[in-house]
Design a protein around this ligand. Structure first.
Ligand SMILES: Nc1ncnc2c1ncn2[C@@H]1O[C@H](COP(=O)(O)OP(=O)(O)O)[C@@H](O)[C@H]1O
Ligand code: SF4
Ligand SMILES: [Mg+2]
Length: 419
């Protein structure tokens, strides 16, 4: 049992600890106590598609998201506003209203079990207890008419069978842990009596209450000042060290996840366009959109003294996506191939993948990736991209030999780089 009160504080007995009912409450199995089946991951998101069917058309908000996550790992999900980051997380949590939402394909497996086929009752057992989410807007999660302490204690009472008094004691302790002064008094107050930063902390306390296996933090620091941002990230990391939980950190700012993510998924227009380890993304980024994000990271993260260059233009409407690569209207390297055919996913042997026609062309990458992808955190040399045998690859070189195409719809472009 990962329940650990902080040192010197009264130990509150977890009524479910060490009992035969340890992993069953209200007839629902606590999945985080179940072993992960061999060969499976803690969380597997597999080609997930979730569209909104609205009167204005079909919004392709989650359009083929795939990743795996294991215990103790932190995944950074990065992309501009409207790229589908929150909706992906809410789909995993079963929090999207269906309709207008509809799962169009793919699956989400938690400890080997599909979350998409679970009943609402089972999902209630998962939410808050196995997978908890810190929402972008604290008021989404905090109910204005209940005391903060009662809201914090509620999940402990529902999922863990705490008495009312023990739940309030534990709520007080959680508020203290997230750095809220006067926790004994604050626990009896209402959300409107908290400042914005304190509400955010209360919500983090709420998400941590049941030691979730997976903590999804949706832009948890956007509204906070830099010092509090750092404290909150540190707190989440401490909890992770103690409990071994996984974290999904959602942000529009690649810099926020630079020091904390093990893996990073870069999203554009509902689609993951690049996925890899943090080293892959910072030392060897292979997608032009990732390069654009890197060029807009403030210099304290990259050591680069150049001015920030935001990506020109706006993301496309998710109702009428461009015909070819969804980034092509804004990509400085777009070719006719890009404008006419959507790129497939090109995966390197180590699992690093990119949805760009030229992802596996070393010259394309070498000549165009930003300098700061080599200078981040001490300047590790950029790896040379090896072209895996038989992998489909487009080349920007005019006279490049036709690449062997395996299962890809496109042929080699004969158009040359326009940039
Ligand atoms: N209930 C809804 N109905 C229709 N479209 C929605 C709904 N919720 C979100 N969207 C759309 O889904 C897209 C992705 O949104 P979101 O995941 O919130 O973006 P991000 O978190 O990356 O900023 C946006 O275009 C948004 O307008
Ligand atoms: S496929 Fe073409 S338009 Fe899309 S990111 Fe790659 S180079 Fe740019
Ligand atoms: Mg969002």
């Amino acid at each position: 049992m990962a329940f650990k009160p902080s040192k010197g504080k009264k130990e509150i007995k977890d009524p479910l600890a060490n009992t035969p009912l340890n992993n069953i409450f209200n007839g629902v199995v606590d999945l985080k106590e179940q072993p992960i089946p061999e060969g499976r991951h803690l969380l597997e998101v597999d080609d997930l598609h979730m569209f909104f069917h609205t009167k204005d058309g079909v919004v392709k908000a989650v359009n083929g998201v795939s990743y795996t996550l294991d215990r103790g790992e932190t995944l950074g999900v990065v992309g501009e506003s409207g790229s589908g980051k929150s909706v992906t997380a809410m789909t995993i949590m079963g929090l999207i209203d269906m309709p207008p939402g509809k799962i169009e394909g793919g699956d989400v497996l938690y400890r080997g079990r599909s979350l998409l086929t679970m009943s609402e009752r089972e999902m209630q057992g998962v939410r808050g207890n196995d997978i908890a989410m810190i929402f972008q807007d604290p008021m989404t999660a905090l109910n204005p008419v209940y005391r903060v302490g009662d809201q914090l204690g509620e999940s402990l009472r529902i999922h863990r069978g705490y008495s009312k008094k023990d739940a309030v004691d534990r709520a007080t302790e959680l508020l203290r842990m997230v750095g809220i002064p006067n926790a004994e008094q604050r626990v009896r107050e209402y959300p409107h009596e908290f400042s914005g930063g304190m509400r955010q902390r209360a919500m983090i306390a709420m998400a941590l209450a049941c030691d979730p296996d997976i903590l999804i933090a949706d832009e948890p620091t956007t509204a906070l000042d830099v010092t509090i941002q750092a404290q909150i990230i540190e707190l989440m990391q401490e909890m992770q060290e103690q409990n071994g939980n996984a974290i999904i950190m959602i942000t529009h700012d690649l810099g926020v996840v630079a020091d904390i993510a093990d893996k990073i998924m870069v999203m554009y227009a509902g689609n993951p366009v690049e996925f890899g380890t943090a080293d892959d993304i910072f030392y060897n980024p292979i997608h032009p959109y990732t390069w654009g994000l890197m060029r807009s990271i403030p210099e304290q993260v990259t050591d680069e003294k150049k001015p920030l260059t935001p990506i020109k233009g706006n993301p496309p409407s998710l109702v009428t996506l461009p015909k070819g690569c969804s980034f092509s209207p804004r990509c400085p390297y777009a070719t006719d191939l890009c404008r006419n055919e959507p790129p497939k996913t090109y995966t390197l042997p180590d699992g690093h993948y990119s949805k760009c026609h030229y992802a596996l062309d070393p010259d394309f990458v070498k000549d165009r990736a930003p300098e700061n992808s080599r200078s981040y955190s001490g300047g590790a040399p950029r790896k040379v991209v090896d072209e895996p045998a038989g992998a489909p690859v487009a080349s920007m070189a005019k006279d490049a030999p036709t690449a062997e195409v395996t299962g890809a719809a496109h042929t080699n472009p004969d158009d040359s780089a326009s940039a």
